[in-house]
Write a protein that binds this ligand. Sequence first.
Ligand SMILES: *Cc1c(COP(=O)(O)O)cnc(C)c1O
Length: 442
Amino acid sequence: MTGLPGGEGSGPRSQELFERARRVLPGGVNSPVRAFRAVGGAPIVFERGRGVELVDVDGRVYDDYVLSWGPLLLGHAHPEVVDAVARAAAHGTSFGAPCRLEIELAERVTSMLPWLELVRFVSSGTEATMSALRLARGATGRELVLKFSGCYHGHADALLVSAGSGLVTFGHPSSAGVPAAFAERTLVLPLDDEQRLSDLFEREGARIACAIVEPVPGNNGLLLQRPQWLRLLRELCTRHGALLVFDEVMSGFRVARGGAVELYDIRPDLATYGKVIGGGLPVGAFGGRADLMRNLAPLGPVYQAGTLSGNPVAMAAGLATLQVLERERAWTRMADLSNALERALAPVLAAAPLPVRLVRQGSMFWLSLQAGEAPRSAECVSPRAAELYRPLYAALLEQRVYLAPSAYEVGFLSTLHTPAHFERLARSLARGLAAAAEAGPA
Ligand SMILES: *Cc1c(COP(=O)(O)O)cnc(C)c1O
């Protein structure tokens, strides 16, 4: 493997281990974005994390703004989370039967999200959205699902669908292996477009089981939505008897204590969770109105199950995470930290040799490498950002700052980041932006 352009790339031990990985794992990874294809060079193999720091197998220490892609709002290896996990594990790692911790986490979640009456735990965000769709279809007796381009909802067949060409709203598979017949049951629209949304509901509203949306879309850059667009979506769903599903796998327990539901004061019928709710262990959840949730087996006809669902070790991590967040009033702190991030980066961004802006919402942030307004739909995101990001990324890694290895993924803050980290990020960013400008004028 060659090093990153303009940088030293990953260290010798990382490269050696990754060579071994490639012999036994497809592409050397268990999730594609980890392969660094978007930024070039070999991925870093990590040894351990503590607080906001990650240490790689070569002993290099990085400031981490990926934080496992969101779950670690308390940083790595928070002592209370580690302790809760160790205690739970010592009492048995799985029962396949009701356990105290799943009941406690369900009580905590429903008390933090008062509109959410019943919740079911699963083991990933993908499972949560997949199950919420089945529930929506089962509860309404309708087949069509509406999603929005640029929103990611995990890798269930019905959701690995992208927009058809032109004004066609019926989707086509965005992955090999997804039958076209499945994709045709998913409608795809751009975000931020009232007219097309109204037109579609006018035409197909009576056949739509649910609309699923990331209320704070964070998987194609950070595409902050206008509240009036989200409110229109809510109104149209209600008027046409379709359910509104908020995918809060990333935003839940992060953008506010009550997630995007609290932030926008818009109530969905169902919502999905993951990431923060498991504090770094495999947990997902979906829940909402009791009359809908009662359609799930064993109460109703919609089947859904999991051998490791409600697993005590995973529940303990989620519970400890939410307890610490509540105690530390983390959401107020994160808002302050986000302001501090903006203050620290402002001079560097203002003096940048190419167009760049900081888009942020609470502890989520994104460096948008294009001119003009911050984009609100995937269609408005510049494909050229990926090229600029490569040299920028190499420079950041060299300065031991670890951001997501893709121009279209957001960064995350934890409660342990401090203004000193942001000063370091600002200095590294200044060098990175200079390198990007040198590699090719915008
Ligand atoms: C990460 C993510 C998912 C998928 O969750 P996994 O645990 O990776 O399966 C779904 N929806 C959103 C909004 C996400 O950010």
